[in-house]
Design a binder for this molecule. Structure first.
Ligand SMILES: [Zn+2]
Length: 118
C-alpha cells in the first residue's frame, strides 16, 4: 500500500481534517498518554495535513518534554491529532487513526513504540 487521502474528525464533528497518510506505517505507544487513549498513530509532514474546521474548538495539552502539542476538542474531548517535529526539525502531524473515516485501526499491523521507557 502507499499513501492515500483520508478524512478525519473528532466525535462531535466540530473538528474536521484531511490528511495524506501511509497506513502501512502506524504505531501504537505505551506512554502515559497513548496507553490511556488507545491511540493508533500515523505521521504525516505538516503540508500533507489540512485542518478543514475546528481551530477554535481545539485546545492543546503538553506533558513530559512538551515537544508534542496534543490537540483535543474542548466539546467532546477527543484527540484527533497532535503537532510535533521530526528529529531533524521538520513540522509533522501525528494523526489518531481511530478518528479516520472508513478505517479499522485494529486491522492494521501497527509497530509498537515503547514510549514508557523514554
Ligand atoms: Zn469534538
Amino acid at each position: 500500500m502507499s499513501e492515500a487521502s483520508y478524512r478525519g474528525s473528532c466525535q462531535c464533528q466540530a473538528v474536521v481534517f484531511d490528511a495524506t497518510l501511509d497506513l502501512d506505517h502506524t504505531i501504537t505507544c505505551n506512554c502515559s498518554r497513548c496507553q490511556r487513549l488507545g491511540s493508533v498513530l500515523s505521521f504525516a509532514p505538516a503540508d500533507k495535513f489540512h485542518l478543514q474546521k475546528g481551530a477554535d474548538a481545539l485546545t492543546e495539552y503538553r506533558f513530559n518534554t512538551k515537544k508534542i502539542g496534543h490537540q483535543f476538542c474542548k466539546i467532546c474531548g477527543i484527540e484527533p491529532f497532535a503537532y510535533g517535529e521530526t528529529p531533524d526539525g521538520a513540522p509533522t502531524v501525528a494523526v489518531n487513526v481511530n478518528c479516520l473515516d472508513g478505517v479499522d485501526p485494529r486491522a492494521l499491523k501497527s509497530a509498537h513504540y515503547d514510549g514508557r521507557s523514554r
